[in-house]
Design a protein around this ligand. Structure first.
Ligand SMILES: NC(=O)c1ccc[n+]([C@@H]2O[C@H](COP(=O)([O-])OP(=O)(O)OC[C@H]3O[C@@H](n4cnc5c(N)ncnc54)[C@H](OP(=O)(O)O)[C@@H]3O)[C@@H](O)[C@H]2O)c1
Length: 265
């Protein structure tokens, strides 16, 4: 089955590269469109064999991923609309674009996937949400496709913001926290260059992920490292005081930002 990708920026490009690299789609099944041709050409060079075409042509595929920024959704849908039919599955990528709002405008079945940059490495969670016209066959197909590059988790659309903070924004939040740990260490110990501190944090996080993969949970890791009254426990006490409030502020800030965003459709 042909699969269309409208928008080959960060997420559209990543999905095409990763789905083809992991064998979920053959290059010749992929039809891609992008507003500026340079990005499209770069993707075709990176993934030989895919088809590139105007948005209106790609919109005729049986399945179409709409991978444009929320602010470009209205214009993209206007370009796509003449081609859209009831027997197609349209997949949105943005929490800001409500499935029901798009269902009112188009005849096709509508679903939503919130991918994560981690799918570039063929792992991490892809959030999946379904509109009311989606069939059991659509669900099987979409979750099967995503399973090649992620662990698909089906959620309610109302859970999208919080879950996306964990899975989709999560890599950036964790990267920022880890980078700050390395920078603080090299400020406190000026003869420890930031590059070396960063390399140490990087290796520690990769190794901690291996422990999690091996079945240890967060509490188990903390218990094994922290001796009561010891130095790790002293550090954990600082985190216990400051981190819950920081994360709550962060979750409130992303929610506020989403609620105040202009309606995209
Ligand atoms: N970035 C993330 O980590 C992430 C994670 C989860 C979900 N998302 C969601 O994924 C969606 C895409 O985000 P992104 O980060 O991939 O944005 P992006 O890098 O800006 O990519 C969007 C692409 O859409 C193209 N485009 C815009 N209008 C078009 C049209 N009418 N026809 C064809 N192509 C069109 C743009 O072309 P130009 O080359 O002209 O700009 C651009 O290449 C957004 O809704 C975002 O919320 C992003």
């Amino acid at each position: 089955m042909d699969v269309g990708f409208i928008g080959t920026g960060s997420m559209g490009g990543m999905l095409v590269r990763s789905l083809v690299r992991h064998g979920a789609l053959a290059p010749e099944q992929v039809w891609a469109a992008n507003r500026t041709p340079e990005k499209l050409e770069a993707l075709r060079a990176a993934v030989p064999g895919i088809h590139t075409a105007p948005t209106a042509t790609v919109s005729t595929c049986p399945v179409v991923f709409l991978c444009v920024k929320p602010g470009d959704t209205r214009a993209a849908l206007a370009e796509m609309e003449p081609a859209l039919r009831a027997d197609q599955l349209l997949i949105l990528l943005s929490n800001l674009v409500p499935i029901a709002g798009v269902e009112e405008q188009v005849p096709c079945r509508v679903a939503k996937v919130i991918p994560s940059l981690t799918q570039e490495a063929g792992c991490g969670i892809a959030l999946v949400m379904y509109g009311r016209r989606v069939t059991p066959g659509d669900r099987r197909w979409l979750e099967g496709l995503l399973a090649a590059i992620s662990r698909p988790v089906v959620i309610q659309e109302s859970q999208g913001r919080t879950c996306a903070d964990l899975t989709s924004c999560g890599p950036a939040f964790l990267a920022c926290v880890l980078q700050e740990l390395a920078l603080a260490a090299s400020r406190q110990q000026p003869d420890l260059p930031p590059e070396l501190a960063t390399a140490m944090v990087r290796e520690t996080v990769l190794a901690t992920a291996r422990l999690l993969e091996a079945g240890m949970d967060f509490d188990g890791i903390i218990r094994r490292v922290a001796v009561p009254g010891g130095v790790t426990a002293a550090g954990l006490a600082v985190l216990a005081e400051q981190i819950p409030g920081t994360w709550e502020q962060l979750l409130a800030a992303t929610r506020r930002r989403e609620e105040n965003a202009p309606a995209p459709v």
